[in-house]
Design a protein around this ligand. Structure first.
Ligand code: GDP
Ligand code: MG
Length: 349
């Protein structure tokens, strides 16, 4: 073998080796499970609820303590000021009156004059009200026998429906579920696009049609796909922007009927999404939707941006619909299960 043949053989060997390495890399890459961007994000420690709810703490619970401190004595004027603060925190008229009535009773029966004792009493009354109201609630769980587990999201424009669906899709995927998103907000093309981005991020599949198509028709396609494709969880995004309340409610009941055509028991959960920063407006929306749809729970979003966290108390006390999730920011970890104990600890302690 002369020098040239030797060199040629070495080059050939190097080329074969490089091709082999490339093939092995491609095979390994294909085998890799797709990792959602959401999963990568969730490596970070979620911020504590205490930090997320800091505005409610400073603007509501700390304010109650401040009023008691400044007044310096326990009298009727103090009770009035406290009631005013409860109302401002959107606890609602009924629940605020209830709280003050209980406090007045405690003060009279136990002849309370110490402001620290009164403050502790007030906090206990609010905490107990929240815990009692939620005592019989089981939170949110996907029931395995019911698969596909169908969750319908309703609520007016901008409250956080699509974002909440995206966050939940990521969580359900992480828990090992095959997730389908249905883009029944056909009002704007951007709405389906926004949901598509979430589907991609969370390894979920999505069913959508072009802008302006009948929401119920998208729902029909989606639920069929979920049943035939053995999906575990189906999350349905809706528009909530009809021109009249009547139209909006008609559309919702049509969607409900459509689901029932395929899955007779209908949606397993119907969650109303409301924006905590809108206070009383959120409560009146909840009242309206509660009349029109069979709500099973509430997703209360944007609690990170408001001191109106007391709304949690008002909703359950007034509407008898439990808050199941709270939104405390824009990333996936920021949609949390609502745990009344953890919530009261975060805003009081
Ligand atoms: P939809 O119209 O009901 O679908 O509302 P979107 O999901 O599009 O949300 C409207 C805006 O609210 C978006 O900018 C979201 O990022 C934001 N958003 C949703 N939930 C939260 C939350 O819990 N905290 C904060 N700070 N922003 C939120
Ligand atoms: Mg939306």
């Amino acid at each position: 073998m002369d020098f040239n043949t030797n060199t040629l053989m070495m080059i050939a060997a190097a080329v074969v080796f490089l091709i082999l390495v490339a093939v092995i890399l491609v095979v390994l890459k294909k085998k890799e499970k797709p990792v959602s961007k959401v999963v990568k994000q969730s490596g970070e420690q979620p911020e504590s609820l205490r930090i997320k709810l800091a505005k409610t703490k400073s603007g509501f619970t700390a304010k109650l303590a401040e009023i008691i401190r400044i007044r310096g004595k326990v009298d009727e004027e103090l009770l009035e000021q406290l009631e005013e603060t409860l109302l401002q925190a959107d606890i609602g008229v009924e629940a605020s009156m209830d709280i003050i009535e209980k406090l007045r009773e405690e003060i009279q029966i136990n002849k309370l004059t110490d402001k620290d004792v009164v403050q502790k009493q007030l906090e206990d009354i609010i905490k107990n009200m929240l815990l009692k109201d939620y005592n019989d609630e089981k939170g949110f769980k996907i029931i395995a026998e019911k698969k596909p587990f169908i969750v319908l999201f309703v609520g007016v424009n901008g409250v956080g429906k699509t974002t909440s669906i995206g966050k939940l899709a990521g969580r359900f995927y992480d828990e090992g579920n095959k997730v389908l998103l249905i883009a029944a907000d056909t009002f704007r093309a951007a709405a389906a696009e926004q949901l598509s981005i979430w589907a991609e991020r969370t390894n979920s599949e999505i069913i959508k049609q072009q802008q302006g198509s009948d929401p119920s028709s998208v729902v029909y396609d989606g639920v069929m796909k979920a049943v035939n494709g053995k999906f575990d969880v189906v999350l349905i995004d809706t528009a909530g922007r009809q021109h009249t309340k009547v139209n909006l409610m008609n559309e919702l009941s049509k969607i409900e009927r459509t689901i029932k055509k395929i899955v007779p028991q209908g949606a397993d959960e119907t969650l109303l999404v409301i924006d905590a920063t809108t206070g009383q407006n959120a409560i009146s929306q909840a009242e309206l939707f509660n009349k029109a749809a069979n709500l099973s729970g509430i997703v209360l979003t944007k609690l990170d941006g408001t001191a109106k966290g007391g709304i949690v108390i008002g909703i359950k006390h007034h509407l008898h619909v439990p808050v199941k999730f709270i939104g405390v920011g824009e990333s996936q970890q920021d949609l949390r299960d609502f745990d009344p104990r953890e919530f009261t600890e975060a805003v009081f302690e």
